[in-house]
Design a binder for this molecule. Structure first.
Ligand SMILES: [Zn+2]
Length: 293
């Protein structure tokens, strides 16, 4: 019975994920239509140079939102390859894992009992996708996918482009918004009244995204995942281990977005390639204590 309800809750999460992704692409499509066919043409009727500048900026941002959302949805966050250790080593790990369950002083064993496989560093089992995810961050229903080693940067860039897009679209329509809510007396003659709905949508998404974006960039700058952060926080302050993957915020940032040392940091906005590395081997900063999780 417990097993059945567990299976049902996983299926429900998956169905919910599909609904959320359909909704995500739907809202994006409607917003694109509204912006490019209702708002921008109104701007062209007033000042063409201003409108052309807005067209270039908005095409760039719309590309970023759509492209990185698509990549976050379709990219597998990272599976553990089969046969990376021998059968003998695997059965040894399985044995250690079982012994550990009865032990008074359990130690960490890199073995996943659900996948019956070796668990590389920073890997965690995702019960919704029913697979171990390399450098797992979290499961996100809005992309119907886990965020892990191979799609984490796409997820971060998607949220950033969407956040910028919300601020940008709101600024263009702010006068209509402020008039509707009585903050100013003169209406914006450029826009029809239903622009206000678009404006409200932008404010809502901006507010909900702000915290997520702030948190994600904190993780990027410190080279850790949410899971690793909470694992470290579970220790009393005096015994809390340092993050072994932290090489300073600039290096962490370059590493996350695969920027070379000669590249300007701003290129992170166009980091479209899959991350370098295999998601199983990470440089460790030996000035920090090894995180034994
Ligand atoms: Zn697993």
């Amino acid at each position: 019975m417990i097993f059945l309800s567990f299976t049902n809750s996983k299926s429900a999460t998956k169905i919910l994920g599909l609904v959320f992704v359909t909704l995500g692409f739907g809202v994006l499509g409607i917003s694109y239509y509204f912006f490019f066919f209702r708002i921008l043409p109104d701007l062209f009727s007033t000042n063409k140079v201003f409108a052309l500048t807005q067209l270039v900026i908005s095409i760039w941002d719309a590309w970023g939102i759509g492209y990185f959302y698509y990549k976050a949805v379709v990219t597998n966050p990272g599976k553990v390859p089969k046969n990376i250790i021998s059968e003998e080593e695997l059965s040894q790990l399985k044995k250690q894992y079982k012994e550990n369950l009865d032990s008074e002083f359990p130690v960490y064993v890199p073995y996943c009992p659900y996948c019956s496989s070796f668990k590389p560093p920073r890997t965690h089992h995702d019960s919704v996708m029913n697979q171990c995810v390399l450098k797992m961050e979290h499961y996100c229903p809005w992309i119907n996918n886990s965020v892990g080693f191979f799609n984490h940067k796409y997820f971060v860039l998607f949220t950033l482009y969407l956040w910028i897009g919300c601020i940008y679209a709101f600024l263009l329509t702010a006068k209509a918004f402020l008039f509707q809510f009585g903050f100013i007396d003169t209406p914006d003659e450029n826009f029809s009244e239903n622009v206000i709905l678009f404006s409200i949508l932008c404010v809502t998404i901006f507010l909900s995204l702000s915290f997520i974006l702030f948190w994600q960039f904190f993780l990027v700058f410190t080279n850790q995942t949410t899971i690793e952060f909470y694992q470290r926080m579970s220790f009393p302050k005096a015994q809390r281990p340092l993050n072994p993957y932290d090489f300073g915020f600039k290096n962490n940032f370059r590493d996350f977005f695969d920027l070379t040392r000669n590249q300007s940091l701003i290129y992170f906005l166009f980091s479209t390639k899959l991350p370098k590395g295999d998601g199983m081997h990470f440089h460790e900063n030996h000035h920090n204590i090894k995180l034994d999780v």
